[in-house]
Design a binder for this molecule. Structure first.
Ligand SMILES: Cc1ncc(COP(=O)(O)O)c(C=O)c1O
Length: 424
């Protein structure tokens, strides 16, 4: 019952179970930390064994660490599936944004243009990265509540000069949860003889990426998302040819993927201090990913989580921001109840007291909140999350008439305890 055991003391208390004092951690500097179920797109809930793998001191120049890095990179590349043999994995220190910036600065030549196809905050971030790097950015903005339209991108690309050699797109816009369909986008990018950079931060390891498509040049992701590792390492899966072509053109030293790759190939070492414990934890997380049935197995669990969440929120009378047909099983954006007692901060605290951490919305015009479905959690945990949300709304006096009553929620809670194998 590894997944159910992720529940922290607050969640256990929410289920009427006693939390033990040892569940809490008092830091030497006086902070009181408690384990919580993170319904967020990273950092997210990880397995005990993944966290335990990060408890060793490792020498970055020591041969076992070089072997570990090589193994992690080989496993990450293999997850690409068809076409993977043309790619190399370049790991990079830092969060996902560092890896996206590295891909832009490495593959888009300093005097060239970048087309950014955006339907959310992370698309906007790529445009900001391009501008900060001094690239000329052509920004295509689509509606945030629907996938980007390949036809519209085709028209834009036809009108742009060839100096705009690369197109960047986000696979799942984690700011809303909308899934962009990569293959038709890659088709129009290919037709205009350009190359595609994919921000697959919140999909890699769970949702298929058409790496075999000739337009796809680089896929960017990170350790702490669907791979369920700890945060701290980004990576770029790039075509070997593109890395060779980019040699010497990056206008950043630390973000130069071509140089990082060449150095790794030559020495087996990272150029600068690697996040050794994060890499060790990722090796464990990747073994668990394989044991779960790889990408397909992980997707099946996330889809089940997503289905439970969508149904549960609907029962509570909460409306989803996205239509179901473009909702990725990664994160849901939800409208709050239309009730005068609604207050996100109070809601957040109420849900947190019950052991779950949710996310504020990222939309500027309308108020929403977000609930993630990824991480070491399963449908039983997700049902408890729905119960916690129901109880939080009830405590705030926000439940609408047709929503689940607190008695229903209590029943669900009992049923969930049985399903999850937690003693009553
Ligand atoms: C699609 C996407 N791109 C980029 C990022 C940025 O990653 P980080 O916050 O690790 O820098 C995120 C983070 O959630 C993301 O979901």
């Amino acid at each position: 019952m590894a997944i159910a055991s992720q529940l922290g003391p607050s969640a256990l208390a929410g289920l009427g179970l006693a939390a033990t004092a040892s569940d809490r951690i008092q830091t030497a500097t006086g902070f009181d930390l408690e384990p919580l179920v993170l319904l967020t797109p990273g950092p997210l809930t990880t397995s005990e064994r993944t966290r335990a793998a990060a408890t060793f001191d490792l020498g970055s120049w020591d041969a076992p660490f070089a072997a570990l890095t090589a193994d992690v990179c080989a496993r990450l590349t293999a997850i690409l599936g068809q076409g993977a043999e043309s790619y190399a994995c370049v790991p990079l220190q830092g969060s996902g944004t560092f890896a996206v910036e590295a891909a832009v600065r490495t593959f888009v030549p300093p005097k060239a243009g970048l087309v950014v196809v955006s339907n959310g905050a992370y698309g906007e971030r790529i445009a900001a990265i391009g501008r900060a790097a001094g690239r000329t950015v052509a920004l295509f903005r689509g509606a945030w509540d629907e996938p980007v339209d390949p036809g519209a991108i085709h028209s834009l690309l036809t009108d742009l000069p060839s100096v705009y050699g690369h197109v960047a797109v986000v696979h799942c816009e984690t700011s809303t949860g909308v899934l962009n369909r990569l293959e038709p986008i890659a088709d129009v990018v290919r037709q205009s003889r350009r190359q595609l950079l994919v921000d697959a931060m919140s999909t890699f390891g769970a949702i298929d990426i058409p790496a075999w498509h000739p337009a796809v040049t680089a896929v960017v992701a990170a350790s702490g998302k669907c791979l369920e590792g700890l945060p701290g390492m980004g990576f770029v899966l790039a075509r070997r040819q593109a890395l060779a072509d980019a040699s010497g053109q990056c206008d950043s030293l630390s973000l130069d993927l071509a140089d990082q790759h060449a150095y790794l190939e030559r020495t087996g070492q990272w150029r600068f201090t690697p996040p050794v414990q994060v890499v060790a934890a990722l090796a464990q997380a990747l073994a668990e990913h394989a044991a779960e049935g790889g990408r397909a197995g992980r997707l099946a669990r996330y889809q089940a989580n997503s289905d439970v969440l969508a149904a549960g929120l609907a029962d509570l009378g909460l409306r989803p921001y996205l239509p179901a047909d473009c909702q990725a099983p990664i994160i849901h954006t939800v409208y709050p109840p239309d009730h005068p007692a609604w207050d996100f901060e109070r809601f957040y605290q109420q849900v947190r007291q019950r052991g779950f951490v949710i996310y504020p919305g990222k939309l500027t015009e309308v108020e929403t909140f977000r609930v993630g479905c990824i991480g070491q959690i399963d449908a039983a945990v997700m049902r408890r999350a729905v119960t916690a949300i129901s109880q939080a709304l009830s405590a705030m006096g926000c439940l609408t008439a047709n929503a689940l009553t607190s008695e229903d929620a209590a029943d669900a809670s009992l049923a969930d305890r049985a399903t999850a194998g937690i003693g009553v």
